[in-house]
Design a binder for this molecule. Sequence first.
Ligand SMILES: [Zn+2]
Ligand SMILES: [Zn+2]
Ligand SMILES: [Zn+2]
Ligand SMILES: [Zn+2]
Ligand SMILES: [Zn+2]
Ligand SMILES: [Zn+2]
Length: 381
Amino acid sequence: MENNEEKKSDPIPDATSEPMTSPPSEQVVAPSAESIAADGEQNPEVKESVTVEEVLESLQEMQETADLLFGAQDPNVCTFPEGYKPRQTVFACITCTPAPQMAGVCYGCSLNCHDGHEIVELYTKRKFRCDCGNPKFGAEKKCTLYEEKPKENEFNVYNHNYHGKFCTCDAYYPDDAHGFELYQCEICEDWYHDSHTPSKSIRYETELEPEEKEPAAAICAGCIKKIPFVAHIPEGKDVFCHSKLTSEQLIVPEELANMSIMVSHFRERLCKCSGCTRVYDLADCEFLLDNEDDMATFEDEARKKVASEQKTEGEEMRELVKEVGMDGARVFYEGLNEFKRKFAEFVNKKAEEGNLITEDDIKQFREELMDGQERKRPRLE
Ligand SMILES: [Zn+2]
Ligand SMILES: [Zn+2]
Ligand SMILES: [Zn+2]
Ligand SMILES: [Zn+2]
Ligand SMILES: [Zn+2]
Ligand SMILES: [Zn+2]
């Protein structure tokens, strides 16, 4: 997953959609199956080569996104006993539970129980309890991490994402080759192509320059119909008390029909008075006041966990020395530096030749590198 700003995919040609005036900068987009090669092949006019910096930057971004999503989660534990967690990453296994079945599994199960299966990453979902190995998976399939599960998880909410489908266009992800830019609705948690659903931005500070972008909560057109007060949030930074508005005042304005809305600082601007709280309850979106439901809280916890586990290069070196001895450790680090150098050389050469980096190039590079490593690997016995 990457930020919208970094994405360089083709927008879907769609005569009915208008360009977004101010796309949300921190909006996380759905997992992308694009490789460097695929990106280049699809948009040869957009991207003819990549620089080392770009490759390293995108590797770094992938690492950071992975840290945010998975940093706080144990890869060897099924989260079922933790119940309906406020938020966790969820996956659908198309191999085990093809349509019309709908089921989701936790991070640990995706790795341990569904290795090699066709897995669709659904990013995070609220209040989901792991289904792995329950009767939806048939009599044969057992969860290898936590087997005792009831027939079903009655409070789980499913939508077409669990069939690997997204947006109002029902695109199959990740196979669908067009329009990779997706945003997740804060309310229904479905994903939408931003080129398919035009949106209006409601900024936090009116004095913000139009090109200044802030993280924004996306609310899809379907959800705005259910909670029309969202369409009336003014720009600025005041808390918006909507319970005093009449139902006539609360209809969705004509010009916003079938549009999504991107609201900066959405949750902190929601009124918490008893009247408004009642509105959230009635509209089944009381989770908006729950701090643990907020994606920002989920990411903060992941960041803290990752930071507490991160070792410095010195610490890593000392551990390596303990394991493989001084010589082994040194060869390992030399190898790492050599990899960085060779990779830079390889990418630069390709760029100079004006060639795209293909999957075969990467394969060949890896093979050559492995050959070199084989010759140099220290004897540990
Ligand atoms: Zn699980
Ligand atoms: Zn499976
Ligand atoms: Zn499992
Ligand atoms: Zn779409
Ligand atoms: Zn929605
Ligand atoms: Zn209020």
